[in-house]
Design a protein around this ligand. Structure first.
Ligand SMILES: C[S@@+](CC[C@H](N)C(=O)[O-])C[C@H]1O[C@@H](n2cnc3c(N)ncnc32)[C@H](O)[C@@H]1O
Length: 239
């Protein structure tokens, strides 16, 4: 089946999977007291990272040699993300900074937070597939000449708009019939498009073990990749 959707706890479900994958996108709850239906998002830190280590170890086993793993987290947890990847055998490639376009979280007595991190790692030393994409970043006014062929994507992503709430949220977010966001933590399609286009080929399989809305599967199907999605909350799987 090109697109499998499994309802269950990924800690267990990943152990039962046999199919190898070329890329995994991990966007778990960040353990920051968000309101998730079936999951306690306020676990003791040690317990949370033991769970993530278990998940990453299973993903490492399921990944094709030189396949890719992208692990998204809040910036505060960068240290734990890198440690978890290293301890489960993954080869670190880049720490991507995804800078939000319009929103920031205020911090009392500190700088407001305006980015998330996405750690890019591989099974093996170097990725087997890495398509260098070009984008057209806005040029500072002092640049006289347009860059005809754009610029290669770097590890600083400031051109992908986040899905916010409120008037400026736009229509990209998947919504229910009464206009509510289907899932408050939906990842932008553009972010997944960049990741999947860069690190897979047509016909490869992409895994998302905290699937939420199913954004990864949607993008995978649009660009002819196969997908496996795991989501614990039945309502997200069959609304
Ligand atoms: C941050 S959201 C992912 C959002 C997703 N990237 C999207 O575009 O919609 C995390 C999701 O993981 C699910 N989840 C939490 N714990 C899980 C677990 N142990 N196994 C599978 N899914 C889980 C939550 O229900 C939630 O939908």
């Amino acid at each position: 089946m090109p697109h499998q959707v499994l309802c269950g706890d990924s800690v267990k479900a990943l152990k039962d999977l046999a199919q190898k994958v070329g890329l995994t996108f991990l966007d778990p709850p960040f353990n920051q007291q968000k309101d998730y239906a079936l999951r306690d998002d306020d676990m003791p830190e040690e317990e949370y990272w033991a769970m993530m280590k278990d998940v990453c170890a299973s993903i490492f086993n399921l990944t094709n040699e030189d396949g890719a793993i992208y692990f998204m987290q809040r910036e505060k947890n960068a240290e734990f993300v890198l440690r978890t990847l290293r301890e489960t055998g993954c080869g670190f490639q880049n720490l991507i900074v995804w800078k939000k376009r319009t929103s920031a979280a205020p911090v009392r007595g500190g700088y407001g937070k305006r980015y998330q991190i996405v750690a890019f790692a591989t099974k093996g030393e170097k990725p087997k597939t890495f398509h260098r994409l070009r984008i057209d970043p806005e040029l500072p006014p002092s640049y006289k000449d347009e860059r005809e062929n754009g610029a290669f994507v770097t590890d600083a992503w400031d051109d992908i708009r986040e899905l916010t709430s409120g008037y400026f949220a736009g229509e990209e977010a998947i919504r229910t019939k009464n206009g509510e966001r289907f899932h408050k933590q939906q990842t932008p399609l553009a972010l997944l498009l960049r990741i999947i286009l860069t690190s897979t080929k047509v016909g490869d399989t992409v895994l998302d073990s905290f699937a939420g809305t199913g954004t990864t599967a949607v993008v995978a199907s649009q660009i002819h990749r196969n997908s496996i999605s795991i989501e614990i909350y039945p309502k997200n799987v069959a609304p």
